[in-house]
Design a protein around this ligand. Structure first.
Ligand code: IVH
Length: 661
């Protein structure tokens, strides 16, 4: 066996070496076919000897099983956010503050690009990638190990034998601008939802529930710092740690540069700004870090931000183009919103042909006409915006419609709403179509192949009239449709069948209740463990839930007060849509108790909350007569006062710790 194992390890080492040359250094030594040949040899040996497969084998990049929902885990050191500045004066002020806090000079700084991607935390134990997470709330991140393993630039095993026993490596996952545009072109052709930016597409790819989907997206990675690590590693400076990362085979950016003072930083910012347009990936600024790690420790943190680093943000990029027309779109909840159609133009590296116009007031304020020359701005992760009219021209003014462009029903406008609405609901074809598209989308039941065009086709053919009809589709009528053969009909039916197995928050989200998205759905799922609990929840009970505001409580009640909505939700379940039963509490010591958290606690709130919930308690947002306990941390304010007034049991941190031990 030993010679075989040696052989296997040699092949793996060779593959790691060549993958590093290709994906990390961008400097391959062998042709693709030579690499593939080597890879096939590895696969052949492993197939014949599956007991020899190790998690760090190059064959193990794709292979994780799909998951229902992403789990969360705690980072070993929190993932912080950065303070921002937008001018050299502000940067100088930050440096002066650092010097004053320290009562000495901070010493040299390091400037590096601020990548516009998604932050990840990679945990290496004994040099092997054992866990990868998103930033999450900074304390807890979502577990995405299988997805990150598919990124070729992320080593499954660190090179060199001086790696620490364990270390968190922090970096940014991104997609190049070209790859993002190519993805959108394909998605547009098949009628799927487009991503608004490279950042947005990297985030979507990374949070896929099925790693084989992530593997198809061209994700890459820059490692830019270290988090917590074992004591056997003692770097002196940030640049040292970056050099170590490079030595260990991680992909680090070529532009990290030592700058001795504020002037040198200003010069770096200017130089990188000039190159920005020629980089293949998006950056939105420069991160300036104090180099010496002991000095970093002396400076410490302020709330969730380090005092030893700051982000300089480049100003948003503008471009001008001609407005061709304004279309009015009817959304799934009836909102009629204007969308500007533009002469395609490149703004900040990305081609733009549509822009949002929030409502008619904005159109009137801007004074746009057909053919106006307008100034466009793309800032961060949002659909570009029209900032102003540069040349009005003499085209027709854009007037708001009086009737729904889809069904002709007279539009209404709420008292203090700027938005026009079509009141026809499910008798308006556009609202039905958008509701179905939403129902099938990634954040809801995620039915592959049910893009805009397919949904439109099924509605037009009368095969479906509402969401639940999707689960009654039969093969024969599908085959009759244009652009649909036996094979694609079957794969659509398979996708529909697979989508029945979902999670409760996704199910709630898919109902399309106004103003309720993924986050609120998760909150509702937590508090109302069964569909019937949710259907029958009254306004007061909903209001007591933490982070449920009045409009949301009202929308939920209004939604379920309509017979057709209740019937539709129940019909989905009858037709087979299901989700895992809620997790049983660890114990039921706190069963029936209703807690409110207030003030500052030494544990993060999410943790306090999960400790309580795991023991059977419920956590709500506001103190009422139903509240049984109030956990009052430091500087507790009005909630504590109210609890005292109502004579509710007040628990401090020490007592809380005893309770949950
Ligand atoms: S250092 C406390 N370096 O910026 C140190 N972050 O606002 C924070 N980011 O979510 C991390 N490029 O994803 C660092 N070269 C860089 C970065 C960078 C982008 C992101 C990071 C984080 C955010 C912080």
């Amino acid at each position: 066996m030993q010679p075989l194992i040696d052989d296997l390890e040699k092949i793996r080492e060779a593959l790691r070496y060549h993958a590093h040359r290709y994906y990390v250094l961008d400097d391959p030594e062998v042709s693709d076919s030579e690499y593939d040949e080597l890879f096939d040899r590895l696969l052949a040996i492993e197939r014949a000897n599956p007991e020899l497969i190790t998690p760090d084998s190059p064959s193990q990049r794709v292979g994780g099983a799909p998951v229902d929902a992403l789990q969360t885990v705690e980072h070993r050191a929190p993932m912080l956010s950065l303070g921002k500045c937008t001018s050299i004066d502000e940067l100088d002020a930050w440096l002066r503050r650092c010097n004053a806090d320290l009562d000495r000079d901070v010493g040299s700084l390091v400037c590096e690009p601020k990548f516009d991607g998604v932050a990840v935390n990679l945990l290496y134990e004994n040099g092997v990638l054992s866990q990868a997470t998103t930033r999450g709330d900074g304390t807890f991140g979502e577990l995405i190990t299988a997805n990150v393993k598919t990124i070729n630039a992320a080593p499954l095993k660190l090179m060199s034998n001086d790696v620490p026993a364990w270390i968190e490596i922090r970096g940014e996952v991104y997609i190049t601008i070209d790859d993002f545009e190519a993805y959108n072109r394909t998605a547009a052709a098949s009628g799927e939802k487009l991503f608004v930016s490279p950042r947005n597409s990297a985030a979507g790819s990374l949070r896929q529930k099925d790693p084989t989907m992530t593997a198809k997206r061209p994700l890459s990675l820059f490692c830019y710092s270290i988090g917590a690590h074992s004591d056997d590693y003692q770097p002196q400076s940030h640049l040292d740690s970056i050099n170590d990362l490079r030595r260990w085979g991680c992909r680090v950016n070529e532009f990290a540069e030592r700058c001795d003072d504020g002037n040198a930083c200003a010069d770096y910012i200017k130089r990188l700004g000039e190159r920005r347009d020629s980089l293949p990936y998006e950056i939105d600024g420069v991160v300036i870090k104090v180099d010496d790690l002991a000095t970093q420790r002396d400076l410490g943190f302020y709330i969730r931000q380090p005092r030893w680093a700051i982000a300089f943000k480049y100003p948003p990029v503008d471009a001008s183009t001609t407005l061709l027309d304004v279309d009015y779109q009817v959304g799934r909840t009836g909102a009629v919103t204007p969308v500007a159609r533009l002469e395609p133009v490149r703004v900040d590296r990305v081609t733009v042909s549509n822009a949002t116009l929030h409502n008619q007031d904005e159109i009137d304020r801007l004074g746009i006409r057909k053919g106006s020359k307008v100034l466009l701005r793309r800032a961060g992760d949002v659909i570009p915006k029209i900032v102003k009219v540069v040349e009005a021209g003499d085209g027709a003014l854009i007037a708001a419609p009086n009737v729904c462009p889809s069904c002709g029903t007279a539009l209404t406008r709420g008292e203090d709403e700027a938005i026009l609405r079509c009141p026809a609901q499910m008798s308006c074809p556009a609202q039905v179509q958008n509701a179905v598209i939403y129902f099938c989308s990634r954040e809801c039941l995620d039915i592959r192949g049910m893009g805009t065009q397919r949904v439109e086709q099924l509605l037009n053919a009368g095969l479906i009239k509402r969401n639940s009809d999707i689960f009654t589709l039969k093969k024969e009528p599908l085959i009759e449709l244009e652009r649909m053969g036996e094979k694609s009909a079957q794969s659509l039916l398979d996708a529909i069948e697979n989508s029945k197995e979902t999670t409760y928050p996704r199910f709630i989200n898919s109902l399309g209740i106004r103003n309720i998205g993924e986050d609120t759905s998760a909150i509702l799922a937590d508090r109302f463990p069964t569909l019937e609990d949710l259907i029958t929840a009254d306004y007061e009970t909903l209001l007591e839930v933490e982070n449920i505001a009045e409009t949301i409580a009202r929308n939920v009640v209004d939604f379920f007060s309509i017979d057709a909505n209740r019937e539709e939700a129940r019909r989905l379940v009858e037709l087979g849509v299901h989700w895992p039963a809620p997790k049983a509490p660890i114990d039921s010591r706190l069963d029936g108790q209703i807690w409110v958290l207030t003030g500052k606690t030494s544990r993060p709130r999410t943790e306090v909350k999960s400790l309580l919930v795991a023991r059977g308690a419920r956590v709500t947002g506001s103190v009422s007569k139903n509240t049984t306990h109030v956990f009052a941390g430091e500087n507790a304010g009005s909630k504590l006062e109210k609890a005292q007034e109502l004579g509710i049991r007040i628990v401090d941190e020490t007592e809380f710790n005893e309770l949950v031990e």
